[in-house]
Design a protein around this ligand. Structure first.
Ligand code: PEP
Ligand code: MN
Length: 337
């Protein structure tokens, strides 16, 4: 930690701050600066109350030199993490294609979509049973009735499944779900994250639409510090002043996350774009930007989908996208080798 003092800071104040730092078992080294002092704290600065130091009127600023995510950070783990989901690996050079409906609506719907996306090259099936809707009047998902239908589609196709959990009380229903999704709305539900850190399953952690990359990584840290190393991050668009799309897909998050963390990162262009016409170009851009995979919403009848129909691709459009997606991946890989 680096503490920059204000020019008017009295030597007595600096002295008392140094004593506080030393009382926490750390060392403070004072570096005289341009009309002001800079204190360098040597040791694990998490023992200090940074906000207290920041609130002192003779302190100008406090800068952390280490990120608040030790386990999720690249420093502690220089190689890319690879998360195994059944026979599928996410991260470390492969490319995951997670596809399926926004919400599970019926056996025919989810099984039909699952078979179609598998034939096109999807590696995992998605489908929400519990839907976190903005309005209480909108379809909330089939809830506990939805999971068995998703599992039927898993048995039919062999695809591992991803589904969103909203509350820990739902966990017993997820025993046969391969990857548990924590959605954008719950990215900072720290009690849920702590509980999921002990669930023994890979977690797909989506970025909140008003959260920074560092906040996403700090949420991943909640899962990892509780004992769950199998975390897959997902960029799904953030809220900006732009209204032409549902969210703004922050593709720059991909290289930023890759630099700061060893965890795999996938991109969800469906929730970012909000409109099916924009999904394909953004999915291709994600593949080119170095994402470890994409998550795409697919529906057999988007006009009658009970949730997120406008952004859903039909199985035919998904098939066309996959062909382009694998071509882009191949091109990028051949340039890297
Ligand atoms: C979803 O994936 O179905 C979903 C609700 O996404 P998000 O949490 O990104 O809004
Ligand atoms: Mn959706």
């Amino acid at each position: 930690m680096i503490i920059i003092l204000r020019p008017h800071a009295a030597p007595k104040q600096e002295q008392s701050l140094c004593e506080y730092i030393e009382s926490c078992g750390l060392k403070a080294v004072s570096v005289p600066g341009d009309g002001r002092s800079v204190l360098c704290v040597v040791g694990d600065a998490s023992a200090l109350a940074a906000d207290y130091i920041r609130s002192l009127d003779f302190v100008e600023s406090v800068k952390a030199v280490t990120a608040p995510y030790r386990l999720a950070g690249r420093l502690s783990h220089p190689d890319d993490s690879v998360i195994s989901v059944g026979s599928v690996s996410i991260g470390g050079g492969g490319f995951a294609v997670i596809a399926g409906p926004c919400s599970v609506e019926s056996r025919e719907q989810v099984c039909g979509i699952a078979s179609a996306v598998k034939a096109s090259g999807a590696t995992l099936l998605r489908g929400g049973a519990f839907k976190p809707r903005t309005s209480p009047y909108d379809f909330q998902g089939l809830r506990s009735d939805g999971i068995p239908l998703l599992l039927e589609a898993k048995r039919l196709t062999g695809l591992p499944v991803v589904s969103e959990i909203l509350d820990m009380s739902q966990l017993p229903l997820f025993v046969d779900v391969d990857v548990i999704q924590v959605g954008a709305r719950n990215m900072q539900n720290t009690e849920l994250l702590k509980a999921l850190s002990r669930c023994g399953k890979p977690i797909l952690l989506k970025r909140g639409w008003s959260n920074t990359v560092d906040e996403l990584l700090t949420s991943a840290e909640y899962l990892m510090s509780g004992g769950n190393a199998d975390v897959i991050l997902c960029e799904r668009g953030i809220r900006t002043f732009e209204t032409a799309t549902r969210n703004t897909l922050d593709l720059s998050a991909v290289p930023v996350i890759k630099e700061r963390s060893h965890l795999p990162v996938i991109v969800d262009p469906s929730h970012a774009a909000g409109k099916s016409a924009y999904v394909e170009p953004m999915a291709l851009a994600a593949a080119a930007a170095g994402a470890d995979g994409v998550m795409i919403e697919v529906h057999n009848d988007p006009a009658h989908a009970r949730c997120d129909g406008p952004q859903a691709l039909t199985p035919q459009r998904f098939d066309a996208l996959c062909k382009k997606l694998f071509a882009v991946r191949k091109a990028v890989m051949s340039c890297e080798n």
